[in-house]
Design a protein around this ligand. Structure first.
Ligand code: CA
Length: 259
């Protein structure tokens, strides 16, 4: 039995922990507890619930309005780990700046970044988006088509990046990716970057933008990028999607083709 005096001595420690990590507790509450409860009550996934909201609140054929509706849902209803408006500005600016003709996205999720990139691409460009979870891919497909992008502009590929990347040339006709956006499992970033290199899918000057390199982080990926001598890199400091109190960042790297 713990004496009341010892228990009281721990109170300041517990309070300081709660204050220090309040944003993470809130994230856990919104991303995990609320999701569990609503999954149980509705019998459908949070991504399907988000799509129902999009269907009733967004303007079909208007990509930006669909993104704004996603943001409203994620701020005020349920947390979705979409890219969010702050990081969207970084991605959109880069797409306009680089004007890539071929884009590879790893991790479609609900199609938020897919729509953002598709509406910023130059005429005739094509986006290939890879999602391993068939349920999330089904939601993304509906969202992408609702935004007005057909299969000629956005090809959604269902499968794990490890299986899909080696088949991109032969099966999907993607011979080189001018721009790669990584937002799938962070532990796969390094493996997939090396797969892209091994299959000669990166032209010299290709840009790779990798999300969440601070939260939850991809330290081995960053170490490799910094040490291998094949890339120029910079970090865009930002906050976690829909959580201004949690630090995060995006790594922008450029393939130099050396050494
Ligand atoms: Ca992300």
């Amino acid at each position: 039995m713990v004496s009341p005096a010892i228990a009281l001595a721990f109170i300041p420690f517990v309070v300081s922990l709660l204050i220090r990590y309040r944003h993470y507790f809130l994230l856990f509450y919104r991303a995990v507890l609320v999701r569990w409860l609503r999954d149980y009550l509705t019998g459908i996934t949070k991504e399907e619930r988000a799509f129902q909201y999009i269907m009733t609140h967004a303007i079909p054929g208007d990509p930006l309005h669909i993104l704004e509706t996603f943001d409203q849902w994620s701020y005020h209803c349920e947390y979705l780990c979409n890219l969010g408006p702050q990081k969207a500005k970084i991605l959109e600016r880069l797409i306009y700046e680089k004007a890539p003709l071929t884009v590879l996205e790893l991790g479609t999720y609900c199609g938020y970044a897919t729509i953002l990139m598709a509406q910023s691409l130059p005429l005739g460009a094509r986006l290939y988006s890879v999602e391993m979870n068939p349920c999330k891919a089904a939601v993304a497909e509906k969202v992408i088509r609702l935004a007005g992008f057909d299969d000629d502009t956005v090809e959604l590929i269902i499968g794990s990046s490890e299986e899909v990347i080696p088949l991109l040339k032969e099966k999907h006709g993607l011979f080189q990716a001018d721009f790669v956006f990584m937002d799938h499992w962070k532990r796969c970033y390094l493996r997939d970057l090396q797969l892209l290199e091994a299959h000669d899918l990166l032209p010299k000057g290709a840009t790779i933008l990798a999300d969440n390199i601070i939260c939850p982080g991809a330290p081995h990926f960053l170490q490799y990028v910094k040490a291998c001598g094949k890339y120029k890199w910079r970090i865009h400091r930002t906050s976690l999607e829909y959580f201004r109190g949690i630090r995060d960042g995006m790594a922008q790297i450029t393939y130099t083709g050396l050494p």
